[in-house]
Design a protein around this ligand. Structure first.
Ligand code: UD1
Length: 380
């Protein structure tokens, strides 16, 4: 039996690991165990119940307004004893959150093998995103198996000196999660849609990154405010992250504004449904950048850099930063020029084909000698 212990703590990790966990549970010869740090409490629990994942252990470390120091030390100490008891053959982590890095570090201290899902994303800018760029670099150094979502990610890993036989090109598991949700035919229309006329153009907004807290997020809000003033058919739906610092800024600038709807973070199917009904999406989120192209929706990326250049190259996303005028101008372009808008609405998915989880599980079996052939690479 290969004992795989999957550890995660935030909403995006849960979404992207859910399809892998579901498959591990069904795979003969594998014993799957799940541990959550609870870095996010509310937003994580929504995803766990959606995918019907019952963690074997929950460290429940979240504090209100927690600092990076608190997340790091509380998770690390929580994992110390747990890992001693579990003795897994492989610890699986995903992405670049503080839980990701800390879980890999804890596994390393115990000398357990580590598999990293969504390995090799880079901006090459130490503080953008902060602390994620360094979290993922450190996770690369600690890991033994690297599941790269794209060719560019694989190249980054090779350039960092990771041996090529340790890298598996899998595609991103977010596409597996998205396809799973779209297959379930149930409608998940957000109740706020009832108050928006059918001809209204929905601008869906989600922004939460640490480097955008304060002034940059204020700029985003002021740009949105001007957009609703100048375009009477525009409705902004802002999914306001639970981070109190995000809540504070967004509420201060946008609360009570006509045609601006500030809503709580919604469950995953509702967010997908809302993306597909939107005219345009403005975000600093990584997952949404990966999902929107599958739904044929243009994205304005509210960041200086992105570790997901594939959407920008395909012409379906644009890096606009957090300058107030730049956000306004780019949005105006897409609201007023049909041809500009159409160019960005092409459905394309450079990130995955829905089979990433399969390749990851096959790679694990291959690594532990339970399968002869190396799985085929994802190609796009
Ligand atoms: C974290 C990740 C980021 C990821 C994001 C997705 C780190 C350093 N950052 O950022 O990479 O993109 O998650 O959302 O790991 N809170 C709640 N309930 C929740 C979730 C958060 O109340 O369910 C509040 C808490 O007060 C918490 C704060 O939000 O202190 C910030 O959460 P934290 O995990 O520190 O950072 P995120 O901005 O969510």
């Amino acid at each position: 039996m290969i004992k795989v212990l999957t550890i995660f703590g935030t909403r995006p990790e849960a979404i992207k690991l859910a399809p892998v966990i579901k498959l591990l549970e069904k795979t003969p010869g594998v014993r799957s165990r799940v541990v959550v740090t609870g870095q996010h409490r509310h937003m994580l629990d929504q995803v766990l119940s959606l995918f019907e994942i019952k963690p074997d252990k929950d460290l429940d470390i979240m504090l209100n307004n927690q600092t990076l120091f608190e997340i790091t030390t509380r998770s690390l100490l929580g994992l110390e004893h747990l890992l001693t008891k579990e003795k897994p053959n492989l610890v699986l982590v995903q992405g670049d959150t503080t839980t990701t890095f800390v879980a890999a570090l804890a596994a390393f201290y115990h000398k357990f093998s580590i598999g990293h899902v969504e390995a090799g994303l880079r901006t090459d800018d130490k503080y953008n995103p902060f602390p994620e760029e360094i979290n993922r670099r450190l996770t690369t150094v600690l890991s033994d198996l690297h599941f790269a979502p794209t060719k560019a990610a694989r190249t980054h890993l090779l350039n960092s000196g990771v041996p090529k036989e340790r890298i598996f090109l899998t595609g991103n598991t977010v596409t597996d999660a998205l396809q799973g949700i779209l297959k379930k035919s149930k409608s998940h229309a957000h109740p706020i849609l009832k108050s928006i006329p059918s001809k209204g153009k929905i601008l869906l907004v989600e922004a939460h990154r640490r480097e955008n807290l304060g002034k940059p997020l204020e700029n985003v809000c002021f740009a949105l405010s001007r957009l609703v003033e100048d375009f009477t058919d525009v409705h902004v739906i802002f999914s306001v992250h639970k981070n109190p610092k995000v809540q504070e800024t967004v509420h201060e600038i946008l609360k009570g504004k006509e045609r601006v709807h500030l809503v709580d973070p919604m469950d995953y199917p509702t967010l997908i449904d809302l993306q597909s009904r939107s005219y345009l999406i403005l975000t600093d989120s990584g997952g949404i950048q990966e999902e929107a192209p599958s739904l044929g929706k243009p994205v304005l990326i509210l960041r200086k850099t992105t570790e997901r250049p594939e959407g920008v190259k395909a012409g379906v996303a644009k890096l606009v930063g957090t300058d107030r005028a730049a956000i306004y101008m780019e949005a105006v372009k897409l609201l007023t020029s049909k041809s500009e808008y159409k160019k960005m609405c092409r459905r394309s998915n450079p990130y995955g084909d829905g089979k990433a989880s399969e390749r990851i599980v096959e790679s694990i079996l291959y690594h532990f000698g339970k399968r002869k052939a190396r799985p085929r690479d994802f190609s796009r």
